[in-house]
Design a protein around this ligand. Structure first.
Ligand code: NAD
Length: 347
């Protein structure tokens, strides 16, 4: 294990970098380049400790390898984490310094938005290095990946509802949403349009109020959303929502959401299965955003083609659930084996 971190995924390369002039402290993790350059977003976040940031970067980076492989993208997996400075800082200068760090890896890592970073930040990175995506371009496809991520989660929920609940449509299906951020809000829109009944929460009460008004959603306290009496639970906030404390209280039959690293440990996936809850693995269902920024980076496709490619996440969910039936194990373990087999193949 690296630096004594438990269950640490082996990485090809990890860059720890600081830039005292701007306050940049960042981790650039390259998990695998077997399928192509490591592609994954940049998180900008406060962490309790430097070790917690490293742990997050390494887990997220490995998740990107699995996500890109399952989505059949010609990219490996990587992730960057910037430790958010506690005091004042010059955001433009900080992201320029981050761009220099990305450039120093000479294309083995390609960055984009993630939690805490914006298209404006990525424009600044682009001024320094070409190894960045997720930037709106005049007259061309690209930009904010979150609507594409939400579309992928939406079609995964549709497929799960068909397969697990025997519901041909989401009309009347009850869905609990944890987090109404960039992805969660778009997902709420898609679900509302499809006739789903929403129960929502967010630490930002204003977002909850908007959802109540706009979607007729029922508001739930932050600490009660996981136990909501619903058919589907969609974690769309941060990681490790599914853990030893929360799994026993979940009442939904399906868990499918945008958040990365939803399972605190693999055992939590087993525990969900034992409770008869179908967990659709995060990196399978939330691949819409990376599909979008990857196509943008390669200058391929347009809005319709990318939405269609993201829509094929539904077919993968169906295939996963068929494989689970044959394998007699959990969706998380089947997806893991499936993705790892693809990790060594190029598309
Ligand atoms: P975001 O920061 O825009 O939204 C997160 C939302 O969750 C915010 O509204 C925040 O207030 C809320 N939140 C935080 N803690 C909460 C809690 N304990 N309970 C309830 N709400 C809480 O981020 P996002 O871009 O919407 O991403 C959401 C998740 O999806 C993240 O885990 C991210 O890594 C993952 N993801 C995002 C994308 C993308 O395209 N943006 C792609 C793949 C995966």
């Amino acid at each position: 294990s690296l630096f004594g971190l438990p269950e640490q995924p082996a990485h090809e390369r990890v860059l720890l970098t600081t830039d005292p002039a701007t306050g940049l402290q960042a981790i650039l993790a390259v998990h695998s380049t077997a399928r192509g350059p490591a592609f994954g977003g940049c998180r900008f976040w406060h962490y309790d400790s430097d070790l917690a940031a490293l742990h997050d970067a390494l887990r997220l980076s490995q998740g990107m390898s699995l996500k890109n492989a399952l989505a059949d993208l010609p990219f490996g997996g990587g992730k960057a984490v910037i430790l958010k400075p506690r005091g004042d800082f010059d955001r433009d200068a900080l992201f320029a310094a981050f761009g220099r760090a990305v450039q120093s890896l000479r294309g083995s890592y390609i960055t984009a938005e993630d939690v805490g970073t914006t298209t404006t930040d990525m424009r600044g990175v682009r001024a320094i290095t070409p190894y960045v995506s997720g930037i709106p371009r005049d007259g061309a496809f690209g930009g904010d990946p979150s609507p594409k991520t939400a579309w992928g989660v939406f079609v995964a929920i549709q497929a799960g509802a068909r397969h697990v609940l025997g519901r041909p449509s989401l009309d009347g299906v009850r869905v609990a949403l944890q987090g109404l951020g960039a992805v969660g809000w778009h997902l709420a829109e898609f679900l509302h349009q499809a006739g789903a009944r929403l129960v929502v929460t967010d630490v930002d009460a204003a977002k909850v109020e908007r959802a109540v008004v706009q979607f007729g959603a029922q508001a739930a306290p932050v600490n009660e959303i996981l136990a909501a009496d619903v058919d589907v639970l969609a974690p769309c906030a941060l990681g490790a929502a599914l853990n030893a404390q929360t799994v026993p209280v979940i009442r939904a039959r399906i868990v499918a959401g945008a958040a990365n690293n939803q399972l605190a440990t693999p055992a939590d996936g087993d525990a969900l299965q034992q409770r008869g809850i179908c967990y659709l693995p995060d990196y399978l269902v939330n691949a819409g955003g990376i599909i979008s920024v990857a196509r943008e980076y390669r200058g391929e496709g347009d809005e319709a083609a990318v939405m269609a490619e993201v829509g094929r996440i539904a077919e993968r969910v169906e295939e996963l659930l068929d494989r689970v039936r044959v394998a007699g194990t959990t969706p998380a373990r089947v997806a893991d084996d499936w993705a790892r087999a693809k990790l060594v193949q190029t598309s």
